[in-house]
Design a protein around this ligand. Structure first.
Ligand code: ADP
Ligand code: MG
Length: 236
């Protein structure tokens, strides 16, 4: 499985809040094609993180279903789900979640070493240079700015060549200029690797990079926008 298609059907999540049911996602349906870059936008509290957790199989819906390459993930065991995530899914979070006792290069190299990739060091160095940090490989996270740390996290996420990359507010801790820079790097790597990318954000800049943007409001799909391909892209 080198590419990945994902579908959510009528996803509903109801929590109990002070004894009363609270609907935080209300019949959300979406289909993401292999290699597509979909941004999920919406104000804080609109249900974006909840939706992403359901798509990743990290949380279970109250009703509705998630299908990955036609398989309903609710039918998979915890072990099968863990293997699916390990082999095919990457994550980028708001808090960069780098290992502080490892250098930038070691952070990117680690997931490759865990898979016993023979050229882990070389691949990690290539990725670091692709995010513009070739010269910073020996620096520890504490010696890097927030934007640089997130670029290391992006390089690490792409290192294992996941079919599907899920990102939850990856620019949430960055100023808008740095955030836009990080998003453009994610978009560049996504295209180059043919990754399916689902990016949750409240950063409107994401909408101009994504193939499609889905706007959530109060747990529902409010609207959807398809970015018009430029002439250069439509011939690729
Ligand atoms: P977003 O990521 O768009 O900010 P979330 O998916 O985190 O939104 O949350 C959607 C809504 O559900 C929010 O109103 C939030 O307060 C509520 N919520 C999320 N998780 C819980 C929880 N475990 N208990 C109670 N309310 C929750
Ligand atoms: Mg959130």
């Amino acid at each position: 499985m080198s590419t990945l298609r994902l579908e959510a059907r009528e996803l509903t999540k109801v929590l109990s809040s002070g004894g009363k049911p609270l609907t935080i996602l209300d019949r959300v349906s979406l289909a993401v094609a292999a290699r597509e870059f979909v941004a999920i936008l919406g104000p804080s509290g609109s249900g974006k993180s909840t939706l992403l957790a359901l798509l990743a199989g990290l949380d279970r819906p109250t009703s509705g279903s998630v299908h990955i390459d036609g398989r309903e993930i609710q039918d998979l065991s915890e072990d099968e789900l863990a293997i699916l995530r390990r082999d095919h899914v990457g994550f980028v979070f708001q808090a960069f979640q780098l290992l502080n006792h490892l250098t930038a290069l070691e952070n990117v190299r680690l997931p490759l070493e865990l898979r016993q990739e023979p050229s882990a060091g070389k691949q990690a160095a290539v990725l670091l240079s692709q995010v513009g940090l070739a010269e910073r490989g020996h620096h520890y996270p504490s010696q890097l700015s927030g934007g640089e740390q997130q670029r290391v996290a992006v390089a690490r996420a792409f290192a294992t060549r996941p079919s599907l990359l899920l990102a939850d507010e990856p620019t949430g801790n960055l100023d808008s200029k740095t955030g836009t820079f990080v998003l453009s790097m994610m978009s560049e790597l996504q295209r180059q690797h043919g990754t399916t990318l689902i990016l949750v954000t409240h950063d409107p800049a994401a909408a101009s990079l994504a193939d499609r943007s889905i706007y959530l409001l109060d747990g529902r799909v409010d609207r959807e926008e398809i970015r018009r391909a430029t002439a250069a892209e439509s011939t690729r």
